[in-house]
Design a protein around this ligand. Structure first.
Ligand code: 1GP
Length: 247
């Protein structure tokens, strides 16, 4: 089995998978052991690692520390091809399809592909769609690409269908880390009506009840990042896991 296959195989015994995004940046130095212990205890299904901007040279060491402590797969959610490293179980091999910047549509992927091959990493082909979460996010600025407007579900559907017809395994509907507005239920329902491949939803999800509503609308993977980087993060992870799993 593959990491992605194993995650899908957990459904529908649990309604969806809960993924915790850990930013391996200097700001999380000192918190990593607690965060990973929290993931293990909460029953989250996988850890995503990555970020739009890393502020020091400790990224790979922190990914290794996360991998060594984790009971669940560690999957790269790359901000750039330079974040690929050996301490991973899989990579979201993403194309930023909502943008029109060739560097993030295909340039980074060409640089990443030989390294993924050399390291023998599982590549999960992912259409990454950035939606306007109510303010400029780091990914919007760093990728030099416009987000899709939340009020134009047809545009989101067309991009999601393009991802499916390009043969991708997964669509990531992203409002951006710390977004003031998460991807709305209506948009998830609409995309789900048109596409057959699974939807991952993240950005601005702050409450377990919200996560449960997004799963009800058709999300198969829920990602939280910012909300777990707090003192009560481990408790919140457990509540999110229950809400996403449906038990
Ligand atoms: C960001 O979707 C992830 O890429 C998580 O977002 O930090 O807002 O939870 P938050």
């Amino acid at each position: 089995m593959t990491v992605f296959g194993d995650l899908l195989a957990k459904q529908p015994a649990q309604r969806a998978n809960y993924l915790v995004l850990i930013d391996p940046d200097s700001k999380n130095d000192g918190h990593l052991p607690d965060l990973v212990a929290g993931v293990n205890e909460a029953g989250a299904d996988a850890i995503l690692v990555g970020g739009s901007l890393i502020m020091d040279g400790g990224f790979i060491d922190r990914v290794k520390a996360i991998k060594d402590a984790s009971n669940v797969p560690v999957i790269l959610f790359p901000g750039a091809s330079s974040q690929i490293n050996p301490h991973l179980d899989a990579v979201l091999f993403m194309s930023l399809l909502s943008g029109r910047n060739p560097q993030f549509l295909i340039g980074e992927q060409v640089q990443a592909a030989p390294v993924v091959k050399h390291l023998g990493l599982e590549a999960i082909s992912t259409g990454y769609l950035l939606l306007d979460g109510g303010g400029q996010t780091a990914v919007e600025f760093m990728s030099g690409s416009l987000p899709l407007p939340m009020g134009k579900p047809d545009l989101v559907v067309a991009h999601a269908l393009a991802a499916q017809y390009l043969g991708m395994q997964l669509i990531y509907l992203e409002a951006g880390s710390g977004a003031s507005r998460h991807v709305p239920v209506e948009v998830i329902k609409e995309v789900n009506n048109y596409v057959d491949i699974p939807l991952m939803v993240g950005g601005g999800i702050r409450e377990p009840e919200t996560a449960a509503r997004l799963v009800e609308a058709g999300a198969r993977f829920i990602v939280t990042g910012t909300v777990i980087e707090t003192a009560d993060g481990p408790d919140r992870m457990a509540a999110f896991a229950r809400a996403v799993h449906g038990h």
